[in-house]
Design a protein around this ligand. Structure first.
Ligand code: AMP
Length: 511
């Protein structure tokens, strides 16, 4: 048996060793031969540090090419890679480390003192990894364990073996560790490389974080499968991305990348001349952003839909129409259906229901949570995504909102996305988030949190009046709150939980 995922990612393919893999902002570059050698050294280091097949390696480090090599080394060593958002506090990390019981924790040197007690409690070894800097600095203790030679014989792992655990964003409730197998990651990478036509000619701008499925698996694994190369950036910076577009062919981003780039005068058709593909996902792309992008650049953004538990699920077509406000069709090999929330029965086209997904991309369950797993993943392989959506008459999937964002006001269901769509199209509005908060009469009252354009006057009636004609009374916001910006997490997802907390007392009678 070979190492399933390493094989799909092309590890061991000596024919491509001379080809470029990454150019890094700090001026360094890596060939595919370097990827092979560096990931082998990390794999050997992990084995030397006691990582056995199936052991978790928890990693909270700043983005760096070395961290990517650590990921590949972990796969090659048969370990289970467990990346952690750099925003998590030591207290939050205590939960993850205690829950995952990793053999090894790798963290930023600045975090070592705070994390050591948690690692000790879980029986984990702790090493540090900083960001390489010309001229030195604390680069981290793990580097002392890298052997000189680059020979490593990959640990055999089959399709069903775990490759990674990713804790879901945890924007509601307790974070759960989604267990992803070699097959989950491998099948998705192979499908995406083909569906989005990645080849050895492609140069992808990589400005996403690598603790999340988007930057770690979608961007990196797809590149590796296709033998493409990366322009590897520490973080997203509009100026740097615009410059990079002159040498790149593709960009993968969260919607905020696109809205921010639209704010730059330098975004022109000439700038995008060498670009062939702009992909967006991880949060809804406003239809307006899609249209503006096409007007400004001549390119239709390709929106896709995915989640930690399933990697990528649907994608707009490469060749056919990329329809604004939709996430396209299920990827080859992936099945998707829209079902009644209670009965699970299939809904008709155009009707809103719970999205369920089945396929080689669907995860193996939540780490040490068999009950949670059973609630969401049925024995016949269908996963309840928690997203509400519908399939339109041309077979395109439309996401209407998260199930838990659904508002029930006076017994009626209100889908926030629908109300947001109506508000966003009003003049003088940048965007909006519609939430439900406790209401003495209605159970929940609909509240619109609205970001107006700078010069627009902030009058609640200017938002509410036009909605009267367009939305049923029960869907109309009972209150409009104006804000300068919506709270978002690192992936650009609006944090509705924060908004619900902030406005929880809006309808409560004053004491
Ligand atoms: P995460 O597990 O952090 O990747 O979050 C997954 C969730 O992001 C999905 O369940 C959706 O609610 C949302 N999401 C991802 N892509 C899209 C998209 N293109 N449009 C709307 N929501 C999306």
């Amino acid at each position: 048996m070979t190492n399933h995922l390493a094989g799909i990612l092309g590890i061991g393919d000596t024919a491509r060793h001379a080809r470029p893999f990454a150019r890094i902002e700090d001026g360094r570059s890596l060939s595919y031969g370097d990827v092979e050698a560096q990931s082998a050294r990390f794999a050997a280091a992990l084995v030397g540090l006691g990582v056995r097949p199936g052991d978790r390696v928890a990693v909270q480090v700043e983005k760096s090419i070395e961290a990517l090599m650590l990921y590949l080394g972990c796969i090659r060593a048969g370990g289970v890679f467990l990346p952690l958002n750099t925003a998590y506090t030591p207290a939050e990390l205590g939960y993850f480390i205690g829950d995952a019981e990793p053999a090894l924790v790798v963290c930023d040197p600045a975090r070592a003192a705070a994390l050591r007690p948690h690692a000790q409690t879980a029986g984990s070894r702790l090493e540090t990894m900083g960001v390489w800097a010309a001229g030195g600095g604390d680069h981290g203790s793990i580097f002392a364990h890298l052997p000189e030679g680059a020979a490593f014989s990959d640990v055999a792992r089959g399709p069903e073996d775990l490759a990674a655990i990713l804790y879901t964003s945890g924007t509601t409730g307790q974070s759960k560790g989604a267990m992803l197998s070699h097959e989950n990651l491998g099948s998705n990478a192979a499908v995406l490389a083909e569906h989005w036509r990645f080849t050895t000619e492609d140069v992808l701008i990589h400005a996403l974080p690598i603790y999340h499925t988007h930057g770690l698996f979608v961007a990196t694994n797809t590149t590796l499968v296709a033998g493409s190369s990366l322009l590897f950036m520490q973080k997203f910076d509009t100026g740097a991305v615009l410059t990079a577009m002159g040498e790149a062919t593709a960009l993968m981003g969260v919607p905020t990348f696109y809205t921010r780039l639209l704010g730059e005068a330098g975004l022109t058709p000439e700038r995008c001349r060498g670009m062939r593909l702009f992909v967006a996902g991880s949060a809804p792309l406003l239809a307006e952003t899609h249209r503006q992008w096409e007007t400004r650049t001549g390119h239709a953004i390709l929106e896709r839909y995915g989640m930690t538990e399933c990697s990528m699920i649907t994608s707009n077509p490469y060749d056919g129409a990329r329809r604004a406000g939709t996430v396209g069709h299920p990827l080859p090999g992936v099945s998707l259906k829209v079902t009644h929330e209670e009965t699970g029965a299939d809904m008709a086209r155009g009707e809103i229901g719970m999205i369920r997904v089945k396929g080689p991309n669907v995860f193996r369950g939540y780490w040490r949570m068999p009950e949670k797993t059973a609630e969401e993943l049925s024995s016949d392989g269908w996963f309840i995504t928690g997203d509400l959506g519908m399939i339109d008459d041309e077979g395109y999937v439309v996401i209407v909102g998260r199930g838990k964002d659904l508002i029930i006001s006076g017994g009626f269901n209100v889908y926030p996305k629908e109300v947001e769509g109506e508000i966003d199209r009003l003049p003088g509005i940048v965007e909006s988030a519609v939430i439900g908060v406790p209401h003495p009469d209605f159970g929940e009252g609909v509240v619109a949190v609205v970001v107006p354009e700078a010069e627009a006057r902030r009058e609640q009636n200017r938002v509410l009046e036009p909605l009267c004609e367009r939305l049923a009374k029960f869907k109309q916001p009972k209150r409009v709150v104006f804000v300068d910006a919506l709270p978002r997490n690192a992936m650009g997802k609006v944090q509705k939980k924060d908004l619900r907390e902030a406005y929880a007392d809006l309808f409560q009678p004053a004491l």
